[in-house]
Design a protein around this ligand. Structure first.
Ligand SMILES: Nc1ncnc2c1ncn2[C@@H]1O[C@H](COP(=O)(O)OP(=O)(O)OP(=O)(O)O)[C@@H](O)[C@H]1O
Length: 251
């Protein structure tokens, strides 16, 4: 069975077809990158998959279950999370507190059977685990507003991981993260590989080709190729679609 099945997904704004019959089969444990030129529809597609944005037509299934008409919170509860939503971090709260809030949202009332101290300990333990997975446990007590940009991105990853997703949608996790920070982040994502399924939108081609098991190329809202990184890199149609700035990066 596939982890995430996307069939003929469409979204248009006026005459502009932003996603145009997009179909994808994402295997369990796979990192599936979606690349494409600016304006190709990548962010729109992720928003459709997460439930943030409704689709005009088409179908999305998670582990075989049709989730096309479910809201974003309903999808999160079923194990489909999106990282890097601007809204998710409270700047005055520590990294640990921010993640603990996400854990609490996932657990709902399940902590009410504990005493206050035990509940807090259980929450913190789960939050520390997510921070560790995101490579930020050493900064747990730092207020979010004092974290560097790269650390902020990792905090957003930890918040998404705290919802214990089976499928994680990552929208440009490396945007604005450079140098060593980017390498560490790629390493963090690599360590998660196989434990959950990831759909990754990323402009950093080094990261894409280092992480992805398969790559799909979106151009003008259409998937023009899907395949292993090496096959995609040498695909003439893909190279043609990247003429301009991206061609240098993909070479
Ligand atoms: N709410 C909207 N109303 C009208 N047009 C929109 C809307 N959202 C996106 N678009 C248009 O849809 C197209 C695809 O946008 P989208 O942000 O999904 O592309 P992208 O591939 O993520 O681009 P980038 O790589 O630059 O982030 C663009 O032409 C954009 O202007």
């Amino acid at each position: 069975m596939t982890a995430l099945t996307v069939t003929d997904l469409c979204k248009h704004y006026g005459a502009l077809k932003v996603t145009d019959h997009v179909s994808l089969d994402i295997a369990p444990g796979e990192i599936h990158a979606i690349i494409g030129p600016n304006g190709a529809g990548k962010t729109t597609l992720i928003a459709q998959l997460s439930g943030q944005l409704g689709s005009d037509s088409g179908r999305v299934a998670l582990d075989g279950k049709d989730i096309t008409h479910l809201s974003m919170p309903e999808r999160v509860r079923l194990g489909l999370a999106r990282s890097f939503q601007i809204t998710s971090v409270l700047p005055g709260f520590t990294a640990l507190e921010n993640v603990a809030l996400a854990v609490q949202a996932r657990q709902g009332s399940s902590f009410r059977f504990f005493g206050t101290v035990a509940a807090e300990r259980a929450l913190n333990a789960a939050a520390m685990e997510a921070l560790h997975e995101a490579g930020l446990d050493h900064r747990a007590q730092i207020p979010a507003r004092s974290l560097s940009h790269g650390e902020h991105r990792r905090l957003e990853l930890a918040i998404a991981l705290a919802t214990k997703p089976r499928v994680l949608l990552l929208d440009e996790p490396l945007a604005g993260v450079g140098g060593e920070d980017a390498e560490t982040f790629v390493e963090n994502l690599r360590r998660l590989k196989g434990r959950l399924t990831m759909v990754l939108i990323e402009h950093d081609m080094d990261a894409v080709f280092a992480l992805a098991d398969r790559v799909s190329v979106l151009v003008y809202g259409r998937i023009i190729a899907t395949g292993a990184p090496d096959a995609i890199r040498s695909d003439p149609e893909v190279r043609a679609a990247y003429l301009g700035e991206e061609e240098q990066e993909i070479a």
